[in-house]
Design a protein around this ligand. Structure first.
Ligand code: FRU
Length: 506
């Protein structure tokens, strides 16, 4: 289509062609970060699911490899995870090398069409050549359906203490936990979620991650769940629980904060779904690194690209914190992305007073592709500030900003709008102003922003990653101008804007 080149991001992963949704099987192995993904190579809408495959040595540049898993007579290959079976407990290893083992959901389309409800089961496959080729296990399915039509998206992790694998999967309105000594034989352990208030829609793509609360050093677990409805700004979204996992049961941590927390959303924008973390992150690194699908089921199949559909978010490092709003995560773009930094436009320490400041972006290497990092002091008196990314004629624009709430200096809302950011007619649910309450660590009037723009997306990290919003949009002209508007009072700003993206995607 006429827009495919214009809309193709520079530093986010997109498949060369065809449809993509959830990230799957993310695992680090032998110097490579593997990203598998839900993929339909023969069309640009959801269809018979395969696992597409890409690798990166630095989390920045991705190389697409041949498809890893094809659908077969047992069904489509839905979402799942992968581990390095370091002790070769599965017996799939070869020549003393540990195998990569993937666990996925089989979705039996024929059974679904025949009106059955037992069409989802779990299967495994292994690779002895660094993920290049895969063999499905002859004993599949390893977990037959347990009479629930939503029974999918297994996430496997190694439990060091119990010397066994733990697995969590989604079953409509709850998650279920399983254990296995060898990845082939699985025992049901427990369920969590039915009695939780987060019953917005069907639960999908769960994730269980061991963490440490940074302020106390206490061990805890993050249980992350994607829900096909219920995003506070519309459509599908991802929330999380903070708790304890004792090898058999998940229990929520008791919140000691004075501000009673509501649902904890991973991302308040509309375009971060099914986010999961990498397994086997190298020793001494120990980071939790997540990637999500940068779209929303409300309109994903209608967005105006033709050759391919959808991009992934940038990889984000996740940490857990004890805050006045309860146990909360911070997400920060991984430090590897600093590689992309090049020429800078300094935003200076000038203060901005009531009115408009314009920054010329026309000298940037690629229009609409840059990082923006700054902090701004609203001094408690300015009412709002807006950042508008637009073209020379101010025809299309994407806007975000901070508005002050009624309860004093720390009461602030993040506002984003893509209503006029370009093409929008393809789906009526696409445009809708977004408002997100900023849960702030401190009463400070200073807010820091770290934003990544990549032609068709904005990823906003505020307050050092405490609040995150990710949105996509489809501008029809180049964004070459940034305007900063301060309303009422003054604001001090310090930061820069810049980027230099190597054209690794050629
Ligand atoms: C989430 C999801 C998963 C499923 C996959 C199918 O986006 O619906 O639950 O495994 O997509 O493509």
């Amino acid at each position: 289509g006429q827009y495919d080149a214009r809309f193709r991001p520079k530093f986010h992963f997109t498949p060369q062609s065809g449809w993509m949704n959830d990230p799957n099987g993310m695992v680090y192995f032998a110097g490579e970060w593997h990203l598998f993904y839900q993929h339909y190579p023969d069309g640009n809408e959801w269809g018979p699911m395969h696992w597409g495959h890409a690798v990166s040595t630095d989390l920045v540049a991705w190389e697409e490899l041949p498809i890893a898993l094809y659908p077969d007579e047992k069904g489509y290959i839905f979402s799942g995870s992968a581990v390095v079976d370091a002790k070769n407990l599965s017996g799939f290893g070869k020549g003393g090398e540990p195998p990569l083992v993937a666990m996925f959901t089989y979705h039996d389309m024929a059974a679904e069409k025949a009106g059955k409800t037992d069409f989802q089961s779990q299967g495994i496959a292994y690779s002895n050549d660094r993920g290049r080729t895969w063999t499905k296990y002859a004993g599949n399915p390893v977990i037959p359906n347990r009479r629930n039509k939503d029974f999918r998206d297994p996430k496997v992790l190694w439990n060091e203490k119990r010397q066994e694998y733990t697995m969590v999967l989604a079953a409509a309105d709850h998650v279920e936990f399983y254990a296995s000594p060898d990845l082939k034989n699985w025992t049901y352990l427990s369920s969590f979620g039915k009695d939780q208030p987060e019953q917005f829609g069907v639960w999908e793509c769960p994730e269980l991650i061991p963490m440490q609360i940074e302020e106390t050093g206490e061990d805890a677990y993050l249980l992350i769940v994607s829900t096909n409805k219920g995003n506070p700004n519309g459509g599908s979204g991802t929330f999380y629980y903070t708790g304890h996992w004792d090898g058999e049961n998940f229990t929520k941590l008791t919140e000691t904060a004075y501000n009673t927390p509501g649902t904890k959303w991973l991302d308040y924008g509309r375009d971060n779904y099914a986010a999961v973390s990498f397994a086997n992150v190298p020793d001494g690194d120990g980071r939790t690194i997540m990637i999500g699908w940068m779209s929303n089921w409300e309109y994903a199949q209608e967005v105006p690209t033709e050759a391919w559909r959808s991009a992934m978010t940038v990889p984000r490092e996740v940490t857990l914190h004890d805050t006045e709003f309860g146990y909360r995560i911070r997400q920060r773009p991984v430090r590897e992305l600093e590689k992309l930094r090049g020429e800078r436009i300094e935003l200076g320490t000038d203060y901005l007073e009531d009115g408009l400041t314009t920054v010329d972006l026309s000298e940037l290497e690629h229009p609409g592709v840059f990082e923006l990092k700054f902090s701004i002091d609203m001094h408690g008196n300015s009412e709002s500030l807006y950042f508008t990314l637009t073209d020379a004629e101010s025809k299309d624009f994407y806007r975000f900003g901070v508005e002050r709430g009624p309860n004093g200096a720390s009461d602030k809302w993040l506002f984003t709008s893509r209503d006029f950011a370009g093409l929008r007619e393809f789906d009526e649910d696409f445009t809708r102003d977004e408002l997100t309450y900023l849960e702030r660590f401190s009463q400070s009037s200073v807010i820091d922003f770290h934003v990544f723009f990549d032609k068709t997306s904005a990823e906003l990290f505020l307050d050092d990653g405490l609040t995150v919003a990710t949105d996509i949009f489809f501008p029809t002209t180049d964004f070459t101008k940034l305007t900063i508007e301060v309303n009422g009072g003054r604001a001090d700003m310090d930061g820069y804007l810049g980027f230099s993206v190597d054209d690794w995607r050629l």
